[in-house]
Write a protein that binds this ligand. Structure first.
Ligand SMILES: *Cc1c(COP(=O)(O)O)cnc(C)c1O
Length: 440
């Protein structure tokens, strides 16, 4: 497989764009090769600018749950463009979108559209702080909530220390209000609440973690967070930017039967357009400007084209519950197949899946937390990734991202993927034996 044009484009792009990309993961840095540049995609398949064809498991990191270039989404798009691309005035499309989200997700009684997941979480936290009159928040190690200052934080050395910035440019003065707890560890949350009485405005959590690989919450963890937040007067925020409309139509909240006070969406609700949303209980959301005093705005928020496409996708999902059954079945087929290949090559790796979101952890240890995920052999992952790419299978270029399935991933696609994995795992095994027999 030849990647000459992509390599050239990457070289040129680095002259004009920091690192050649507009979002870091696209640079393929953690797999040590130069990235492929996309040309077009249809259904479950994607083509790069060298004309190579791949089965795509990135799916734009989640939005393309119906596959690429779905004809239903394109229908009427030109007329929508013709009506006008943006007005800076309210439209009834925004009303329809809000109704759709609120009826799918009971905890969202009011919802505000924004332009990205980052904006959604950042704004939700501002509202939670305004509503409670408190400054501190709790997040979890390994959960990603976009790149706003207060959320680019990792745990300090002890469980009860203040968070420290994960990036230069983020003042410690800001992150001192972000307390970091351990995922799936209720005790760490309880201790943090006790050490900061009456000070915690919100707990923000990915109810199904999708940014340290795929780590589902243990059911008692989410219920425990619910109970603690209620008891302590803190706002429970589910970041369902990945899991919303994917884990189930009603997201992780529906799957687990636990309702947050606020919720953040992105990815699927935009069908590939730059969209986010945050919502919650009426009493809390009425703090948002212009109804309330917490300021939050956006020139292009609720953009007509973005609403047109996002709404179509949500309505389709609402009217076709069999989509989730089908995704569950293909997910099951993929998961079982991967487990068989791992067993065949005696690698002992972990496979975790929720519906159409699946992840292979290159470790022999069960993975319930960030610490567990950090035991993965990222060098072995590199070998695997490159072998898969060479065979026309595009998985996320990082150990700590999931595989996204769409309804367009056919049984045949999955079989082809599994047979490529067979070869890739054989190479990993061989590589391990040559490099450090002790690792496997
Ligand atoms: C992708 C993601 C975000 C950030 O969304 P952007 O649109 O990239 O800003 C926030 N939270 C979670 C859980 C995500 O997966």
């Amino acid at each position: 497989m030849n990647h000459q044009k992509s390599q050239q484009a990457y070289e040129n792009a680095q002259q004009y764009i920091p690192g050649g990309v507009n979002s870091p993961v696209r640079a393929f840095q953690s797999v040590g090769i130069s990235p492929i540049f996309a040309q077009k995609a249809k259904g479950s398949h994607l083509w790069d600018i060298d004309g190579n064809e791949y089965i795509d498991y990135i799916c734009s990191w989640g939005p393309m749950i119906l596959g690429h270039s779905h004809p239903m989404l394109q229908e009427g798009l030109l007329e929508a463009v013709d009506r006008g691309i943006s007005f800076g005035l309210p439209t009834t499309l925004e009303l329809d979108m809000a109704k759709e989200i609120c009826s799918a997700y009971p905890a969202a009684e009011l919802v505000r559209m924004v332009n990205s997941g980052t904006e959604a979480t950042m704004s939700a936290i501002r509202v939670a702080r305004g509503y409670t009159g408190r400054d501190k928040i709790i997040k979890f190690e390994g959960c990603y909530h976009g790149h706003s200052d207060g959320l680019l934080v990792k745990a300090g050395s002890g469980a009860l220390t203040y968070g420290i910035p994960t990036s230069p440019g983020v003042p410690a003065d800001i992150t001192k209000n972000t307390l970091v707890c351990h995922y799936n560890d209720l005790q760490s949350v309880q201790d943090t609440f006790e050490a900061n009485p009456q000070e915690i405005a919100a707990v923000i959590v990915e109810p199904i973690a999708g940014n340290m690989g795929v780590i589902p919450s243990q059911p008692e963890f989410l219920q425990g967070l619910r109970d603690l937040c209620t008891e302590k007067g803190a706002v429970l925020i589910f970041d369902e930017v990945i899991s919303g409309f994917r884990a189930a139509f009603g997201g992780a909240a529906q799957l687990y039967g636990v309702q947050p006070d606020m919720v953040c969406f992105g990815k699927i609700i935009g069908a590939g357009m730059p969209v986010g949303a945050y919502g919650g209980k009426r009493e809390i959301m009425e703090w948002v400007s212009p109804k309330g005093p917490v300021y939050q705005a956006g020139t292009l928020s609720g953009n007509p084209l973005a609403m047109f496409l996002g709404l179509k996708q949500l309505r389709y999902l609402a009217q076709h519950p069999e989509v989730y059954q089908q995704l569950q079945q293909s997910g099951q087929q993929l998961e079982q197949g991967i487990k068989d290949k791992i067993a065949k090559h005696q690698l002992g790796y972990q496979v975790q899946r929720v519906g159409s979101l699946c992840c292979i952890f290159f470790t022999k240890q069960p993975v319930h937390s960030y610490q567990d995920a950090m035991t993965c052999d990222t060098e072995a992952f590199k070998v695997y990734f490159r072998e898969m790419l060479q065979q026309g299978i595009l998985v996320a270029p990082s150990q700590f991202e999931g595989m996204f399935l769409s309804v367009e991933h056919s049984q045949q696609d999955i079989e082809k993927t599994l047979s490529a994995m067979d070869n890739a795992f054989a190479s990993v095994k061989k590589w391990q034996e040559q490099n450090n027999g002790t690792l496997s």
